[in-house]
Write a protein that binds this ligand. Structure first.
Ligand code: MEV
Length: 426
């Protein structure tokens, strides 16, 4: 049985004490534990990108209280924004009262695109491509015997004539590719490049682009939870009223793109933070999420919230999640390896199921705060620490100046600097 992720007052512990708890939880070695503080050396960074001159640090936090598909989970989150980790932990506690999060994923199918131009009849060319589907699948699979041995590889070929584009008609061939536990961009791009000359031969056209699509709508993750109304009760508001207000808050995002963008940004606060912690390509996830949010022609909320038959709050989130546990930075970056171990996931689908749950939790945290006390109270207390640090406060000064800023309700850098000067003069 895994230990409980419900660790009360985790936030009150020192970073070293929190680290000790997580080291024990995930059975991290000393070397892995030290990767939490000194993850990446310059020599390694130099192998990851071009022209490296340094390494950029971000806080690595842990969201507590998560239960996903019946298993207790600690969620590693790398993020610069205050309130995100606290929000996820708080919302996970609320969801825990209703049995936690449930999640499922489709297979890890990605789409590679091959653009074909200079065709007299794109529709006819589409037919010719489909007639040779098996030949194309076999050829794609010869490019990566390893993924084939892992029961992945090309699954299907589709052809979409696009008759009206700014440069005239064209055909786009889709290669549907099972990437198993990798995000898969490299294997899909390699397959598309290998197929290009054969597609030209089959269609008589000219291939231009050969690249993965980030609208990974065959690689979906779905998460859902029920939060008992009672758990949402605040000092001033009955839980039933909070449920209603959360649903009202969601309703605006369901119909208005101005609100949907912010609502979805809140979801991505959680999703990106775990994606970054685990070395995944969060720009790819962002691109897929927002394209999916606009899939029916209007940009909408990725989640839905409703009152269920018992009067409790029911939430659901669905989005494409192209994440991997092998390949890319997931295995190269020492802290990403530690993050995967803390999560205890063995497959990309396990990881996606946790990430979608964290996204739903983050959304719940934001909606609950917005629909009750407003976001600024909790946010500003944490923001004040950043403002104090930016004004030059160090060590104990940070908390003292931040507390003074909050008490004054003036969270401004000029005031932080003045308070700091005054404190240092006395
Ligand atoms: C801030 O990073 C995210 C929120 O704006 C999300 C939301 O409004 O739902 C609080």
């Amino acid at each position: 049985m895994s230990p409980s992720s419900r660790i009360s007052d985790f936030y009150k512990l020192s970073p070293a004490d929190r680290q000790r708890i997580v080291v024990e939880w995930a059975e991290l070695t000393n070397e892995q534990a030290s990767a939490l503080e000194n993850a990446l050396g310059l020599a390694q960074a130099d192998k990851m990108i071009e022209n490296a001159i340094g390494v950029y640090g971000l806080p690595f936090g842990i969201a507590t209280n998560f239960v996903v598909n019946g298993r207790d989970v600690l969620a590693p989150m790398v993020v610069e924004e205050p309130s995100v980790v606290a929000g996820a932990s708080y919302a996970a506690r609320l969801a825990r009262a209703g049995g936690g999060f449930h999640a499922e994923t489709t297979a890890s199918l990605m789409i590679g695109q091959i653009q074909v131009l200079d065709l007299d009849r794109p529709e006819q060319a589409a037919g010719k491509v489909l007639a040779q589907k098996q030949r194309l699948i076999d050829l794609a699979n010869r490019t990566d015997p390893v993924i084939v041995s892992l029961h992945g590889g090309a699954r299907d070929v589709e052809a979409r004539p696009l008759l009206d584009s700014p440069v005239g008609p064209m055909l786009v061939v889709h290669v549907i590719y099972d990437c198993r536990d990798a995000m898969g961009a490299n294997m899909v791009n390699t397959a598309c490049e290998a197929l290009a000359p054969v597609i030209e031969e089959i269609t008589g056209g000219r291939v231009n682009l050969r690249i993965l699509s980030n609208l990974a709508d065959r690689r979906l993750a779905r998460g859902w939870c029920v939060v008992p109304a009672k758990a949402l009760t605040t000092g001033d508001l009955a839980g039933e009223l909070v449920v209603e207000r959360v649903v009202e808050a969601w309703a605006l995002a369901a119909v208005d793109p101005y609100r949907a963008a912010t609502h979805n940004k809140g979801i991505m606060n959680g999703i990106d933070a775990v994606a970054i912690a685990t070395g995944n390509d969060w720009r790819a996830i962002e691109a897929g999420a927002h394209a999916y949010a606009a899939r029916d022609g209007s940009y909408r909320s990725l989640s839905t919230w409703s009152v269920n038959q018992d009067g409790d709050l029911a939430g659901r989130l669905e989005l494409p999640l192209a994440v991997g546990v092998v390949g890319g930075a997931t295995r190269v970056h020492p802290a990403a390896r530690v993050a995967l171990q803390i999560l205890g996931v063995a497959t990309a689908r396990d990881l996606a199921e946790i990430i979608v749950s964290v996204g739903l939790a983050q959304n719940l945290a934001a909606l609950r705060a917005l629909a009750t006390e407003g976001i600024q109270r909790g946010h500003m207390a944490l923001h004040a620490r950043q403002v104090a640090t930016a004004a030059g406060a160090v060590g104990d000064e940070v908390d003292r100046i931040a507390a003074a800023l909050v008490a004054e309700r003036t969270i401004r850098s000029d005031r932080a600097a003045a308070l700091l000067r005054a404190a240092r003069e006395t």
